[in-house]
Design a protein around this ligand. Sequence first.
Ligand code: ATP
Length: 234
Amino acid sequence: MLEVEALHVHYGGIHALKGISMEVPKGKIVTLIGANGAGKSSTLRAIAGLVKDKRGRVRWNGGDVTQMTPESVLRSGIALCPEGRRIFPHLTVMENLMLGAYIRDDQVGVKATLDWVFELFPRLKERTWQKGGTLSGGEQQMLALGRALMSQPDLVMMDEPSLGLAPLLVKEVFEIIQAINVEGKTVLLVEQNAFAALKVADYAYVLEVGSLVLDGPGSKLLEDPRVKEAYLGG
Ligand code: ATP
């Protein structure tokens, strides 16, 4: 279980997160929706240890990870699949995936995870020698997700995994998110595609300019007039 308490993030003079509190229970899919600039990425980056100027508390499985380095957070079982894919364009698919496993030294376990990632993303298996940068947008997104899974995390945080993808691929990405969850991974999903995110989410939070304004089960928020008006096109 991940617990965020009164989390503040500042970038110089910008108060990007103004004391948000949220929970991600083990085994669930929780989504954070909100407009551009609301602070969704900042939330994930702060949890991952990538933001210097923060206040509040992040607890993970009972331990305090607020001030941990990104590597320690990853070792504790939390992986971030960042926005914009951020794969290494000059490395091959296989090299990108193996970088995701750099914190592990159990060769047999790494091979088993690799097999699982190839099951989830058969297209990556056909392209192990291809340079990351020459993959299509959708394939790069799958590589980024696969790389995050290679660390064998308990919690996968995904920042806009459907961004810029064609509708058919968006559907596929959300099916894969559900498949990852069924395999026992807890998911914290940041999305601008509110409709698709709320449909798969057990629980959801709505972020507006640095503050949480609404939360509830995904199915409930789908029916909420305020959510419909602001995020689902009326
Ligand atoms: P989007 O959906 O557009 O990615 P978001 O909800 O993920 O937006 P954040 O990226 O967390 O929002 O940004 C929140 C606010 O913090 C924005 O006003 C943004 O300009 C600002 N911000 C984010 N990162 C930095 C940074 N490194 N330096 C300065 N300001 C930043």
